[in-house]
Design a protein around this ligand. Structure first.
Ligand code: URA
Ligand code: CA
Length: 433
């Protein structure tokens, strides 16, 4: 096989075979196929797309490029959830104990966030003492005994995706639905998932800005899942404004605890019930989304979900006293209000911009080397559709620096106050097969 022939084949809009895709991915991973040829191929895929079969072959070729986590020693269906990324997305911290409380194993490998706010492991590490490092055996034992463990990513998972994603990033080929879909699915499958629930975000704070693109991505991932024998369900949810009220690591832990206590924000709670319901459905624990949501609500109402969260913290060295006394979480030195300049209704709270503002305070990483400050972040006081009076706080900045003038400028650009406003629908679409 010659790489140039395969580039030309794709360029002409023809489908590559499984053998051809395997050849390209293994050659690229071991360095025998150079970046310039792979970037030409990525550009051809960008313009010509891929069939479902091609995207599935690509997914599995990337899975096979590195280590695969073997979770077969864990009893039951291992369901993983993936969110395409958002601002203040605290769902994993709520979902993991909630789903585990229903008896479904949650064996989660989570990455660090490169972006506005931390990833799940950064949020968990805001809890004093909590460790995301467990030996493989302890990881499996915890999940079998307690139904829950969350560890940081280790091992050499999907090196082909790492290399290809970095290449796409500098060659204008990130925004290709089959490439995004196979990138995400390969990572979940390599991490050992039997079934996958996807939260595809749409709106200003999301990777997919339009509903049509988000739907296309969701359908492509669901089809890949089916092709490779993993039950896959998806939810398309709004990310035009941040989820919940808190953006920042310790702040989001606090918000997750409130949600597990049944006192969380309406949007975060609803999204967790829908995603959790999909996870129970994917694990064959329930037979309908409604039944799943009801079972999850019971875990909140009875206090069981909160108990599981405490056990989970204790298992991984975390200070469980934070559950009843969140003031024991890291706290920022300054709490600075961001005041409204006019009276009206909040018509926009651009998620992306709020995320950047949180990152400027130190809640996220701009580069891989940046160190996150767990205490800092932004607490919204209002959401889209809410009334606001001039001089009243739109948000509270939790900062360890006194001078936050640049952050306030950023937030001013993020918010719009108008005469009319409508809260966006949170759940745009549910894909259950
Ligand atoms: N996220 C991923 O993991 N991969 C992509 O290609 C895009 C977003
Ligand atoms: Ca939040």
């Amino acid at each position: 096989m010659r790489v140039v022939d395969l580039i030309e084949k794709k360029q002409a809009g023809l489908a590559l075979s499984q053998e051809e895709i395997k050849f390209l991915i293994s050659g690229y991973t071991d360095g025998t196929i150079p970046d310039y040829q792979m970037s030409a191929l990525a550009m051809a895929i960008y313009f010509q797309g891929m069939t479902e079969e091609e995207a599935s072959y690509l997914t599995m070729a990337m899975v096979k490029s590195g280590d695969e986590i073997d979770l077969s020693a864990i009893h039951g269906v291992k369901v993983d959830k993936h969110s395409t990324g958002g601002v203040g997305d605290t769902t994993t911290l709520v979902l993991a104990p909630l789903v585990a409380a229903c008896g479904v194993p949650v064996a989660k490998m989570s990455g660090r966030g490169l972006g506005h706010t931390g990833g799940t492991t950064d949020k968990l590490e805001a809890i004093p003492g909590f460790s995301v490092t467990l030996s493989p055996q302890d990881f499996i034992d915890h999940v079998n005994r307690y139904k829950i463990a969350v560890v940081g990513q280790s091992g050499n998972l999907t090196p082909a995706d790492k290399k290809l994603y970095a290449l796409r990033d500098v060659t204008g080929t990130v925004q290709s639905i089959p490439l995004i879909a196979s990138s995400i699915m390969s990572k979940k499958i390599a991490a050992g998932a039997d079934a996958i629930v996807l939260d595809v975000k749409t709106g200003e704070g999301a990777f997919m800005k339009t509903l049509a693109d988000a739907e296309a991505l969701a359908h492509t991932m669901v089809k890949i899942g089916h092709q490779v024998g993993r039950k896959t369900l998806a939810v398309i949810s709004d990310m035009s404004q941040p989820l919940g009220y808190m953006i920042g690591n310790a702040l989001e832990v606090k918000e997750a605890i409130q949600t597990l206590q049944g006192q969380g924000p309406e949007d975060l709670t609803e999204l967790c019930l829908v995603l959790g319901g999909q996870m129970l459905l994917a694990a064959n624990r329930v037979t309908s989304l409604e039944e799943g949501k009801a079972l999850l609500q019971e875990q909140i109402d009875s206090g069981r979900a909160l108990e599981v969260f405490k056990t989970f913290l204790a298992n991984q060295g975390g200070d469980t006293r934070i559950v009843d006394n969140p003031d024991l979480l890291p706290q920022a030195r300054y709490q600075i209000p961001f005041l409204a300049q006019s009276t009206g209704l909040v018509s926009q709270w651009v998620a992306d911009e709020v995320g950047v503002a949180a990152m400027m305070l130190g809640a996220g990483r701009e580069t891989k080397e940046d160190i996150i400050d767990p205490a800092v972040g932004i607490e919204l006081c209002v959401k889209v559709g809410d009334p606001i009076q001039a001089g009243q706080p739109l948000a509270i900045l939790h900062s360890n620096r006194e001078d936050v003038s640049e952050v306030l400028d950023r937030l001013s650009a993020a918010v719009t106050i108008a005469d009319s406003a409508q809260a966006p629908a949170l759940i745009r679409k549910i894909i259950v097969e």
